[in-house]
Design a protein. Structure first.
Length: 402
């Protein structure tokens, strides 16, 4: 019997892992919101691979080491943080919970980690910093109109954003088929979605009453008036991503943004090299959580090669598929300086607002701390490739493991 299935937690406080929060989120959200959060592109092969790829590495613990003084502190781009974790940029967080961006940012402040706000957020960056006090990083999608980029940079600077994170893997938007199935035309959910939303009244009340679904505030002024609501924007937006974005544009952005500049969505070693040549401060190895190119490699699979060649020359961040402290420990051991979390805190947000995000971060903090102790280490800086062995024994089966 699968004991996991038999367990049904009811509150975020009783959630003991990220999967528990995911189940709570699935219960609270209407299908239209849960599929937006959860889904990947096309057949979701990359989405699945992002999880499976961690299994290729096993820990080799050291024993009889005093680990009483262990801690998880780290520093990124010259700033100190309590954990090697960043909340990843995710758009339309107001669809999960009212003021979802702010709730994520406040939980990040409490955890003493950075929060990255999406271009397609429902809250302005200035409001995020003034109301949460978080260490703000701003994510940039380069859209059709250059005015949008200029406006976003102005707001990011006004909000005192420490870093600009340019996402480069969505210039040609992913084919997310579940999104298409929920709508009959842009902005028009089909009857099934409407009925399902009416079956989730607490969710609907929270995110849409009394003024309707939240807008994409950073770009609304640049959209056609009838496409400004998040409901319409969600289906209209993919049409204004700009396929022409290239390294020249990035070089110009480097000149315009004097603070930390990070490129998100890199998987090829040569692209890391290019970023270094342009004076980029950091890269995020990412496949966008399996929402873009279906069938692409998992970032953790590229990490060893990239870390070996470039770790000393650029800050290496990574995301896609991280749900456990063991996943984070593996990435740090393989050479990542930090890990971005996308869905994990979002499940917490959907399940229980700010308290849910805090619960997600607490769960992962405890898990990571436990891994360190069990490996015989006192800090995340001590994680290194020798903590791991590659390759799952071919004879291994669930049966064989018992
Ligand atoms: C609901 C959702 C919305 C997202 N929106 C954005 C976004 O606006 N900008 C961006 O760069 N990445 C976006 N991403 C990708 C995340 O930043 C991150 O790369 C991904 O979620 C990591 O995978 P994980 O969810 O398995 O942790 C989004 C991901 C999700 C799940």
């Amino acid at each position: 019997m699968n004991r996991h299935r038999a367990y049904r937690c009811r509150t975020v406080q009783s959630a003991i892992n990220i999967e528990d929060l995911r189940r709570l989120a699935a219960r609270h959200l209407a299908n239209i919101a849960f599929e937006y959060l959860e889904g990947g592109a096309e057949e979701e092969r990359t989405l699945r691979r992002n999880r499976q790829a961690f299994d290729q590495w096993q820990f080799i613990p050291r024993t009889l080491v005093n680990t009483e003084s262990r801690h998880l502190r780290t520093s990124l781009f010259g700033r100190d943080y309590a954990l090697p974790i960043i909340i990843a940029p995710t758009g339309n967080n107001g669809l999960q919970r009212r003021q979802g961006d702010l709730k994520l940012a406040r939980a990040a402040t409490q955890a003493q980690i950075p929060f990255c706000l999406s271009t397609v957020s429902n809250t302005r960056p200035e409001e995020i910093t003034s109301r949460s006090g978080c260490d703000l990083w701003m994510q940039l999608y380069i859209l059709e109109k250059p005015e949008i980029t200029a406006d976003l940079l102005t707001h990011a600077a006004a909000a005192n954003a420490q870093a600009l994170m340019v996402t480069t893997d969505a210039n040609v938007f992913g084919n997310r088929e579940w999104d298409q199935r929920n709508f009959k035309r842009p902005g028009q959910p089909n009857l099934r979605s409407v009925l399902d939303a009416l079956c989730h009244l607490p969710w609907l009340w929270d995110v849409a009453f009394p003024t309707g679904f939240a807008e994409f505030v950073n770009i609304a002024a640049f959209l056609p008036p009838h496409m400004r609501s998040a409901r319409h924007g969600a289906t209209y937006l993919p049409t204004i991503f700009k396929a022409r974005v290239d390294w020249d544009l990035l070089a110009r952005l480097r000149e315009r943004w004097p603070r930390t500049l990070i490129v998100k969505g890199i998987l090829h070693p040569k692209d890391v090299e290019r970023a270094i040549e342009l004076g980029i401060d950091g890269v995020v190895l990412s496949n966008h959580g399996g929402r873009q190119l279906d069938g692409s490699v998992a970032p953790i699979e590229m990490l060893p090669e990239i870390a070996q060649a470039y770790r000393a020359r650029i800050t290496l961040l990574i995301d896609s598929g991280f749900r456990r402290g063991t996943d984070i420990a593996k990435a740090l051991a393989l050479g990542a300086h930090g890990v971005l979390l996308g869905r994990a805190p979002l499940y917490g947000l959907a399940a229980g607002g700010e308290a849910g995000v805090t619960r997600a971060l607490t769960i992962l903090t405890c898990e990571l701390d436990r891994v360190l102790g069990q490996l015989g280490l006192n800090s995340v800086q001590e994680l290194n490739p020798a903590c791991l062995r590659a390759g799952w024994p071919t004879a291994f089966t669930e049966q064989g493991a018992r």
